[in-house]
Design a protein around this ligand. Structure first.
Ligand code: PLP
Length: 391
């Protein structure tokens, strides 16, 4: 391993998988139980119920033993039919991957592109829906927090645009890197399928993912014709009614999920979201003080979860990240797709406090110096001024 653990903790500051709190790690460590035995149903029911408030829903939430990509596929195959048109907002690399997956399933993605420096273009969504008089578009797919760019889309505004256009398409939202870090309201925003994953705001290791499902999505699943077996909601919901699963669930991850949900609820979701906003603002102040550019150009779309930072022309973000890993034992997110080597991404999500953030920013500031990336000093100070209340 290149990461070291013997002299203090490795700093895992990629935008997910995020750091797993010790209490959650200890919960994982419980003995594996019989997933068909009498106790398991109690655990299953408990976690399924506790998930609702995090998604902002009283409707079913389904847990898959899969990474987020599996939950993307589940959302599409349960609700759509071969050849259906899906309107996809290409906000960055993850939106691009979701669109590719939709194409491979036999759907017809219609793209609304951005320059990857802002979130989903809500007026363009409304215009596309208004122009679709024959209601060919069956779903609008938006990535809430685009992890490749650090731009967060306004799902409430997307909903209003869909209503204004009077269009019946389903609304599907990827909250893989926002859930548990950024306010999200599945019911209030009229989202039909919310897709999420364990390894970011929920502070769990990778391995389980989610679909929160509206009544309208459930109705659509009755007539949807894309082939589905493993991802089928129907058999899942039938088993979940008693707290069980149709196949072996990720038993120990459910112990961990139970504990992670307690941590979020004990802190209070509003406090969790405010903490993320504050750390994001401190990070942006540091980046500006360094004289570097934030990838997200629209302040309304700044992500509370991560900040993607552009390196000056002629410099390599990958070389910078490698230097920071080598010298300071910290992992930062790489640039994805067209942003490869152009940006590095600072994750400030999940289990994070002020001093961990300052350590992170200190590592970046020293790394800029070590790697010879031109910058001004004072980023850490700018963040400290905010965090200590002296800004
Ligand atoms: N969507 C977003 C916004 C993501 O950040 C990620 C992973 O980072 C994915 C989808 C893909 O999820 P996974 O890698 O868990 O399959």
């Amino acid at each position: 391993f290149t990461t070291r653990t013997e002299n203090g903790r490795h700093f895992l500051q990629i935008p997910g998988p995020s750091n797993v709190p010790d209490r959650v790690l200890r919960a994982l460590d419980n003995p594996t139980m019989d997933h068909r035995g009498p106790d398991f149903g109690l655990l299953g029911k408990k976690v399924l119920e506790k998930l609702g408030p995090v998604f902002g829903t009283t409707q079913p939430v389904i847990i898959f033993p899969a990474s987020g990509t599996g939950a993307w596929e589940a959302a599409l195959v349960n609700t759509l039919s071969p050849g259906d048109t899906v309107l996809m907002c290409e906000t960055g690399w993850f939106a691009h991957l979701w669109q590719e997956l939709a194409g491979r399933l036999g759907l017809k993605p219609r793209l609304l592109e951005t320059d990857w420096r802002r979130a989903a273009d809500v007026p363009a969504i409304e215009a596309a829906l208004r122009a679709d008089k024959g209601h060919e578009i069956k779903a609008v797919c938006v990535v809430h927090n685009e992890t490749s760019t650090g731009c967060t889309s306004r799902i409430d505004e997307v909903r209003r645009a869909m209503d204004a256009a009077g269009h019946p398409a389903l609304l599907m939202v990827d909250t893989i890197s926002s859930l548990g870090s950024v306010e999200f309201r599945h019911d209030a925003w009229g989202v039909d399928v919310t897709i999420s994953g364990s390894q970011k705001g929920l502070m769990l290791p990778p391995g389980i993912s989610f679909n929160a499902v509206s009544e309208k999505a459930l109705r659509a699943s009755e007539t949807a014709r894309l082939p589905r077996a493993y991802w089928d909601w129907k058999s899942m919901l039938a088993s979940n009614a008693t707290g069980y699963f149709p196949y072996t669930p990720a038993t120990n991850m459910l112990y961990a999920l139970d504990t992670a949900l307690d941590l979020l609820m004990n802190e209070g979701l509003a406090n969790v979201f405010a903490r993320h906003e504050r750390h994001a603002e401190a990070t942006r102040r540091a980046v500006r003080a360094w004289g570097l550019e934030i990838q997200c150009e629209d302040p309304r779309h700044f992500s509370p979860v991560l900040t993607a930072v552009r390196v000056p022309e002629g410099h390599s973000a990958n070389a910078l990240r490698a230097a920071i890993l080598e010298r300071f034992d910290m992992s930062l997110g790489n640039g994805l797709g067209r942003l490869n080597d152009r940006v590095f991404r600072i994750g400030h999500l999940g289990a994070l406090n002020d001093l961990s953030l300052l350590g992170t920013l200190g590592g970046v500031e020293m790394g800029l110096r070590v790697a010879g990336v031109p910058h001004d000093a004072g980023g850490v100070k700018a963040a400290m001024d905010l965090l200590s209340g002296n800004a």
